[in-house]
Design a binder for this molecule. Structure first.
Ligand SMILES: [Fe+2]
Length: 266
């Protein structure tokens, strides 16, 4: 969620139907066709199983109800249509109620490869396949409940947990590294980089370590955290996370592994 967006979400009609333009559908088509071949062999099995269940169309943007129907049947989640920008309160409230916020706009052609705002391609292709998995769904639900109850300061710590799992999480399987984070899986460049590049550091998941690790949203990640099994997300969800946030606060943040953001010329 950024502070401002040039995008405006499309609104559904009384029946929940969104009338996407031909150009919107064409952009979806190009994004999904390319990314389906990129994630093959790189996304984790649970993600691929989720994609199979979703049966996403490749010639048009799916209606949210098509995706919600599958999520309801698998984990009890559904998509929630939201504007391009929502408050943190709203974000956590939706997750706490098993409703995954989907901003109903799609990126412009100028930002085809990378945009900071999460668009419908990122939310559906990146996240909804994993939301068919019970451990991932439970983790996301509990995260929403924690965030809803947390102070503004504690939410900054929790955001790191979300970032290094739901967005940029890796899975260290006996068959090699795989991806489950939606921020990676909706980006062709980062899907390659996260698994194959020698540049980033890849560390075993440790909750306090994650809570102490700063990140930037506008660069390829210099560090990824790996879990061993997707079911480990059940265990992480049931840690006393707010006590771990207190530990992280007491220990302080790690030094950033990235250069400071350049000041924008005014
Ligand atoms: Fe996301």
């Amino acid at each position: 969620m950024s502070k401002s967006s040039k995008y405006i979400s499309r609104q559904s009609d009384d029946t929940g139907f969104i009338a996407w333009s031909d150009e919107d559908n064409q952009i979806w088509h190009e994004l999904i066709t390319r990314q389906l071949s990129v994630v093959e062999g790189k996304a984790c099995d649970e993600y691929m199983a989720g994609l199979e269940k979703l049966q996403l169309p490749t010639d048009r943007i799916p209606q949210l109800e098509e995706v919600s129907k599958v999520l309801r049947a698998t984990t009890g989640w559904e998509c929630a249509e939201v504007p391009a920008l929502i408050s943190f309160d709203k974000f956590f409230e939706l997750l706490a109620n098993k409703r995954f916020p989907v901003a109903t706009f799609i990126r412009s052609r100028e930002e085809f490869d990378y945009l900071q705002e999460p668009d419908i391609f990122h939310e559906i292709f990146g996240h909804c396949a994993m939301l068919t998995n019970p451990a991932f769904a439970e983790f996301t639900h509990i995260y929403g409940k924690l965030g809803l109850a947390a102070s503004k300061q504690d939410r900054v710590y929790l955001a790191r947990l979300y970032w290094f799992t739901i967005e940029f999480g890796l899975l260290n399987t006996p068959n090699g590294l795989r991806i489950y984070g939606g921020g990676i899986l909706s980006s062709p460049g980062e899907t390659q980089y996260a698994l194959e590049s020698d540049i980033p550091e890849r560390k075993a998941f440790d909750a306090v370590d994650v809570l102490r690790t700063p990140y930037r949203i506008d660069i390829m990640q210099p560090i990824y955290f790996m879990i061993e099994r997707i079911d480990q997300l059940f265990d992480i969800a049931h840690l006393d996370m707010m006590a771990l946030v207190e530990q992280a606060k007491a220990l302080g943040l790690h030094a950033p592994k990235f250069p400071p953001k350049e000041k924008q010329a005014s």
